[in-house]
Write a protein that binds this ligand. Structure first.
Ligand code: NAP
Length: 313
């Protein structure tokens, strides 16, 4: 247990900040949420600042920042925070383009500070067990089933359907972050069908195929038009047995048994990892899930589907 908590600022007080970042930081033994940066909201017990410039001007005593803004506006914040020498943690997806990802990493490499490109789904409790089961096994079939109701998880967030904000790949990149973390033999996107609602700039659904050079059948279905409980599952068939990684890596189902308690503590684990990286003077900047998504767009066959409007409950 560290002697003294490190001070951290949180920028972008929206859905994920309220649901996950603030509670995780309030309960952290590593971090003290000392400042918030928001155009609209204030956070009790922290100093509040309207934007990154005001924060950098006012709080030179804070050494770390977590950026929970959408990737579009986040880039400018990330550049300024890195150039100010802060330890920086960013939400997924890391940026709007791959060039931005590399620019951020190159800037961070010039500082002594930590740059943590976070992937919350990699913190699922069954991820390590899935990796262990795949190690050395022959993978015959893999099926990603990632379906949720966009109205439930992104209510009214029009930015998410704008070009550069990934659409259904915003949750889909979580599946990619798991895949790139656990496969014994890396796979690449080999075929992509993207379904754009009439008048929107980003897809609401996608069908993908992957290739790993062995002939294994590997597919993904992402869909935001789902009614009912979200599904974030990956099924694996291997020469050593079959299993299903359920609920974004929370637990495994195999041979009729459930392995793992299904608890999710992704954000507390992310902040604990960020603290460890800072203490060790290391960075973690894996962009491989973003590369998979970029390839899905590069290969994507575009299909127009029915117009989408937010549900009014
Ligand atoms: P959100 O609620 O729409 O936006 C987060 C906050 O970002 C907004 O409340 C706003 O904060 C700030 N912001 C938005 N546009 C801005 C701009 N142009 N300039 C400055 N600040 C701006 O989005 P979110 O759902 O929290 O998602 C944010 C990030 O977290 C995304 O990258 C998303 O992929 C990721 N994420 C989301 C979820 C989820 O379930 N929602 C889960 C995991 C990860 P202020 O009003 O405070 O300025």
């Amino acid at each position: 247990m560290p002697d003294e908590k490190m001070k951290i600022a949180l920028a972008g007080i929206g859905e994920i900040a309220r649901q996950q970042h603030i509670p995780a930081l309030r309960n952290s033994s590593d971090w003290q949420l000392a400042a918030a940066i928001s155009r609209n909201a204030t956070v009790d017990g922290a100093s509040n600042h309207k934007d990154i410039d005001a924060f950098l001007n006012d709080r030179g005593d804070i050494e770390a920042i977590s950026l929970a803004l959408p990737p579009g506006p986040r880039f400018d914040y990330a550049v300024k925070a890195i150039e100010a020498g802060l330890h920086v943690m960013i939400e997924k997806p890391p940026a709007v383009t791959l060039a931005q990802c590399h620019l951020l990493r190159d800037l961070a490499d010039r500082t002594d500070a930590t740059f943590f490109v976070s992937w919350h789904s990699r913190m699922g409790r069954a991820i390590d067990e899935a990796r262990r089961r795949l190690k050395g096994a022959r993978l015959d079939r893999l099926r990603i089933d990632w379906r949720e109701d966009v109205n439930q998880f992104h209510p009214g967030q029009d930015w998410i359907f704008e070009a550069g904000n990934l659409g259904v790949f915003d949750p889909g990149i979580n599946a990619m972050s798991i895949l790139t973390a656990i496969l014994d033999r890396p796979a690449f996107v080999s075929s992509s069908d993207l379904y754009f609602p009439k008048g929107r700039e980003a897809p609401i659904a996608a069908d993908l195929r992957f290739d790993n050079g062995t002939g294994a059948e590997m597919t993904a279905k992402f869909d935001w038009r789902h009614d009912g409980e979200a599904r974030w599952d990956i099924e694996f068939e291997t020469d050593r047995g079959n299993f299903r990684l359920v609920c974004s890596g929370s637990y495994i189902e195999a041979d009729g048994q459930r392995i793992g308690d299904g608890m999710t503590d992704e954000y507390p684990l992310l902040y604990a990892l960020f603290a460890d990286l800072v203490r060790q003077g290391r960075s973690e900047t894996d962009f491989s899930p973003m590369i998979q998504v970029a390839d899905a767009f590069l290969l994507g066959r575009r299909h127009e589907v029915a117009a989408f409007d937010w549900r009014k409950d």
